[in-house]
Design a protein around this ligand. Structure first.
Ligand SMILES: NC(=O)c1ccc[n+]([C@@H]2O[C@H](COP(=O)([O-])OP(=O)(O)OC[C@H]3O[C@@H](n4cnc5c(N)ncnc54)[C@H](O)[C@@H]3O)[C@@H](O)[C@H]2O)c1
Ligand SMILES: N[C@@H](CCC=O)C(=O)O
Length: 516
């Protein structure tokens, strides 16, 4: 098999008239299919159930983007059964052939790129560039894991020779596992969490988040067209607490690949550790969870560059990224010049319906809106509200970019993940205190430093304890293969998605020794 070296997909910023025209056309086409219904996808076939999950447009929640059949326990059983049946043969496919299927899926995704971007705009409220970056990431996961998997081809492990014996060790897949995904990267994370285990010979039952079932169905149209054998990938939309929990506790679930909140992640960790009757393995559990990510700016920083990095990190996709900057830690001498710039730029940010490509679209759902507004109320008692702090006019879930200053490091809005367009600014006396505050939460996902002082950057490299640390740039938008992604502490098990070790999580090593 010959493949070109991996290269990241370009992200469209819609600067040209042609790109804008293409996107408007894609939005028109996706809107024309509003209300369409998809089934579950089990054992290579689409099937319906009596119940539906409706997907709403958060910019205009009266609009139904589409619906997907809702799975219950019977469908979960059927999907797991199909996945185990498929595993019997899929595990023995030559690695090149499995990789080729991912490359085919990537090619199909590229052909449908604008349509998928438009679906993200309507289903979850991403602006055009955020949508483009996410579809690019989904394609990257397919392309990257297809190539990485070739490293584990039989017999790939070097062992020390021993006289009179033939010793070999090789990797084998685990079995049928469950993928449970969040709504905030409903194509990239969803695709990546499926593609990784599957390409090395596992099979998967995938449960998308309830708010993003349409984009999940489109991913499965692509898997179907790519030609995955029946049962290798199965789509099981349903309620997390019902069908998700059922799959987590099921004795035939071999591994759980979860991305989502700390609360649900810890619950899964606990439940998956319990041996169910008939279960004969210890489930492998991967949990990629939340963040309370901090950007530090010191007095030597380029304040203009820092301002741009802060705004995109704090407000990109309305702050609904696990990597988002939700804390800004500023040294005393940097405070005034920096905050003057940040507030001047932030108050000019445009909030509106995602299809109009504003700086910020709506937050994802009514539940998100309520959660963010409740944190804003808490913040009013903890810091000084200097920008935003309110819901904006309009049908959609629009929240103004919000800034609180003089926030104590121990405040709730400086400790808990808000997952919205809210920035808590903490003033510190010097860089040492900045690092101490930055490390002072239960999370450890992303972080960043704006400084021109080499000593500060090197100190942060050693002492700022996060999985993804960025200097003099935004702290979001890790690129597949370039910045393997995952965090420390309660941010999760740090699988480093899009990194060279990711696929190993879904393999185990077998050793065979033969005495001659
Ligand atoms: N670390 C990362 O890479 C990363 C990436 C994206 C999002 N996140 C985190 O995800 C969170 C936002 O996503 P969310 O609101 O969809 O998270 P969530 O935990 O509410 O839901 C995630 C998924 O879990 C399912 N679920 C809910 N309860 C369940 C249960 N009891 N058993 C099994 N499944 C269950 C949901 O239906 C959904 O599919 C944020 O905390 C964010 O930081 C982390
Ligand atoms: N990997 C994404 C964040 C995913 C979590 O929401 C980033 O790097 O910004």
């Amino acid at each position: 098999m010959t493949v070109e070296p991996f290269r990241n997909q370009p992200i469209e910023t819609f600067g040209t008239e042609e790109a804008k025209r293409e996107m408007r056309e894609a939005l028109r086409r996706v809107k024309a299919e509003f209300g369409r219904h998809w089934g579950l996808y089990i054992d290579g076939a689409w099937m319906d159930t009596g119940e539906k999950i409706l997907s709403l447009n958060p910019s205009a929640p009266k609009e139904v983007v589409g619906s997907v059949a809702k799975a219950g326990r019977a469908e979960a059983e059927a999907a797991l059964e199909a996945a185990w049946r498929a595993f019997r043969t899929w595990k023995d496919w030559p690695q090149e052939d499995r990789s080729r299927l991912l490359l085919k899926a990537a090619a199909l995704m590229k052909r449908r790129r604008r349509e998928l971007e438009a679906a993200l705009v309507y289903e979850i409220g991403k602006n055009w560039t955020e949508a483009s970056a996410e579809v690019a990431e989904a394609i990257d996961f397919l392309e990257y894991y297809a190539r990485q998997a070739l490293r584990y081809k039989y017999p790939s492990v070097e062992v020390v020779p021993f006289p009179g014996e033939d010793n070999e060790s090789f990797y084998i897949p685990l079995g049928a596992g469950v993928v449970i995904a969040p709504w905030n990267f409903p194509i990239a994370i969803f695709t990546g969490m499926i593609a990784g285990p599957v390409v090395v010979g596992n099979t998967v039952v995938a449960k998308p988040a309830e708010d993003t079932v349409v984009i999940a169905a489109k991913v499965f149209e692509i898997f179907h067209e790519a030609g995955f054998p029946p049962g290798v990938v199965n789509l099981l939309p349903g309620e997390g607490r019902e069908v998700g929990a059922y799959l987590v506790e099921h004795p035939r679930t071999r591994f759980i690949n979860f991305t989502g909140s700390l609360e649900v992640g810890l619950w899964i960790h606990e439940r998956a550790a319990k041996l169910a009757p008939g279960q004969k393995w210890i489930k492998r559990v991967f949990l990629e969870l939340g963040g309370k990510d901090a950007l530090i700016v010191d007095e030597t920083a380029d304040f203009d560059a820092a301002t741009e990095g802060i705004l995109i990190s704090a407000y990109g996709f309305q702050g609904q990224k696990c990597s988002a900057a939700s804390r800004l830690i500023v040294t005393e001498k940097a405070f005034e010049p920096l905050m003057e710039r940040v507030l001047k730029r932030a108050e000019r940010l445009v909030v509106g319906p995602a299809e109009e490509n504003p700086d910020l679209g709506p937050v994802a759902s009514r539940a998100q809106e309520e959660k963010v507004l409740s944190y804003i109320e808490i913040g009013k008692g903890e810091g000084q509200l200097v920008l935003g702090g309110e819901r904006l006019e309009g049908e959609g879930y629009f929240i103004a970019p919000t800034v609180f200053t003089e926030v104590p490091p121990t405040a709730k809005i400086a400790q808990e993940e808000i997952f919205g367009p809210v920035l808590s600014v903490i003033r510190v006396k010097d860089f040492s205190e900045a690092l101490e505050v930055a490390n002072g939460t239960v999370y450890g996902l992303t972080g960043g430093v704006y400084s021109r002082k080499r000593e500060h950057l090197e100190r942060a490299r050693r002492e700022f304890h996060v999985g993804n640390l960025y200097f003099n740039r935004k702290i979001t938008g890790a690129l597949v293969g370039v910045q393997p992604f995952g965090g420390f502490h309660l941010s999760g098990t740090n699988t480093k998605a899009g990194g060279p070790d990711y696929l190993l999580h879904f393999l185990e090593m077998k050793t065979v020794a033969e005495r001659f």
